[in-house]
Design a protein around this ligand. Structure first.
Ligand SMILES: Cc1ncc(COP(=O)(O)O)c(C=O)c1O
Length: 431
């Protein structure tokens, strides 16, 4: 074991890991474009954009020089009572890209805090108007992050069971499908009609952590219209779906109805530095304006509006203005569509889902779609041995690569997914 790994074992507590049984982590020393380089000389294709964040690939020169310039200019400054050009530029550019009404940008540090801020804004919006509402609607299978508010509105399962006692009450709608769509809308209407709901929160069109589960924009539009009818605020958690992932800049671009609040993070900085944004409408913001200090949104973090992260995000927006980025997104989409046809007919694949640059196959394991599928660790290790960093969600194997990934790199990933599925066929037929 290298000295680094020994020190890692001694001192580092890794996320989402059962340390006792986990294998040694990969020791990555550098990265370029879609490739991660390990200390032992091995190379790995970063098939999931390093936790779905690294949209433009690693070491992007435009982002690297924007960060270097900014750190020399202004590294960090308190953001209460102080502002700076990069935060202003970023807020103005993001609100220009979003629908007109979404104009007020609140800064935080990551996806969970962006969600936490959205929920606090929604509760305080009603509180400030002396119309307190305490209920929230979410979707079954949701994942919105790991802080307490974000966990409260997420799926209640093994991950957050030790904390469930502390969560606020949330009502859940089943995940929509062809058979239950209308029933769910009727159920939402009954709930919203109580007048007790402050907000509903969704991952628009795709639930990421639930296994890249996808649903239709018109169903979400119908749900948003019902929420509007009963004065329920609509929060879109676009932490995973934004920044070209779905083939459009935002998932909401597929919807007719737009949210009152949107949460952004992950690819916001090109996936290079941590940053979260919660963008609200002017109407929401107006409910916080008062001569009473306590009616303001009294929330913040030490690194709120960090100038280096803002510079990285502005540089990432520059890259989205380039034709090349969108032609890469189109190229990846075309490649994935071809693969979809091939995989759909495979006997060991339960379903294939794709949208934009996201492709997911659900393997038949006899256990259904579950994060704790026995195949998960086996598949992860198989991909590592074959030079692919691909982190399955249980029995769901998926790609959401950086947009600079080449067709050859994707081809390699697909060959190995196919080999894995073929192996299941052999295994299952021998039982
Ligand atoms: C939809 C969604 N919301 C929120 C989060 C939490 O983001 P973070 O891990 O940056 O706290 C995630 C993370 O995967 C996510 O997919």
């Amino acid at each position: 074991m290298s000295n680094w790994l020994q020190k890692d074992r001694s001192h580092v507590w890794h996320p989402f890991t059962q340390v006792q049984t986990a294998l040694d982590p990969l020791l990555i020393t550098h990265a370029k474009d879609a490739v991660l380089y390990a200390e032992d000389g091995k190379e790995y294709i970063d098939c999931n954009s390093s936790w779905w964040v690294n949209v433009h690939g690693h070491g992007n020169e435009h982002i690297v020089s924007a960060i270097a310039e900014q750190v020399a200019q202004l590294d960090h400054v308190i953001f209460a009572g102080v502002t700076h050009p990069k935060a202003i530029e970023l807020a103005a550019r993001v609100s220009d890209l979003l629908p007109d009404a979404l104009e007020k940008v609140f800064f935080s540090d990551n996806g969970s805090t962006a969600v936490e801020v959205a929920l606090k804004m929604a509760f305080q919006f009603w509180h400030n108007q002396d119309k307190p509402k305490h209920r929230v609607l979410a979707l079954d299978g949701a994942y919105h992050g790991d802080t307490f508010g974000a966990m409260s509105v997420g799926q209640r399962d093994y991950f957050n069971a030790p904390f469930e006692y502390f969560f606020f009450d949330v009502d859940y709608l089943d995940f929509p499908n062809e058979n239950n769509k209308s029933k769910l809308l009727a159920q939402a209407e009954m709930l919203f009609a109580t007048g007790e709901f402050a907000a509903f929160i969704v991952e628009p069109l795709i639930q990421g952590s639930a296994g890249m589960r996808m649903y239709e924009a018109d169903w979400l539009d119908a749900l948003v219209r019902i929420a509007r009818k009963y004065d329920v605020l609509v929060i879109f958690d676009e932490v995973m779906t934004a920044w070209g992932r779905t083939g459009e800049l935002f998932a909401m671009d597929y919807c007719e109805e737009k949210p009152d609040i949107v949460c952004l993070s992950k690819g916001l900085t090109g996936g290079v530095l941590p940053l979260g944004l919660t963008v609200a409408t002017n109407a929401i913001h107006a409910a916080f304006l008062s001569n009473e200090v306590a009616k303001g949104f009294l929330h913040g973090h030490s690194f709120t509006g960090n100038p280096i992260a803002c510079a990285s995000a502005c540089a990432s927006l520059d890259i989205f203005e380039k034709e090349e980025t969108w032609s890469n997104i189109t190229r990846i989409n075309k490649f994935l569509r071809e693969k979809k046809k091939l995989f759909e007919s495979h006997s060991q694949i339960e379903s294939v889902r794709m949208l934009g640059t996201i492709f997911a196959v659900e393997l038949k394991t006899g256990e259904g779609n579950t994060y704790f599928s026995g195949i998960r660790d086996q598949a992860y290790q198989f991909f590592i041995e074959n030079g692919l960093l691909m982190r399955p969600l249980g029995n769901v194997i998926f790609l959401n690569p950086p947009y600079c990934i080449t067709n050859e790199q994707m081809e390699k990933a697909f060959q190995k997914i196919l080999e894995l599925a073929d192996g299941l066929t052999a295994h299952n037929s021998s039982i």
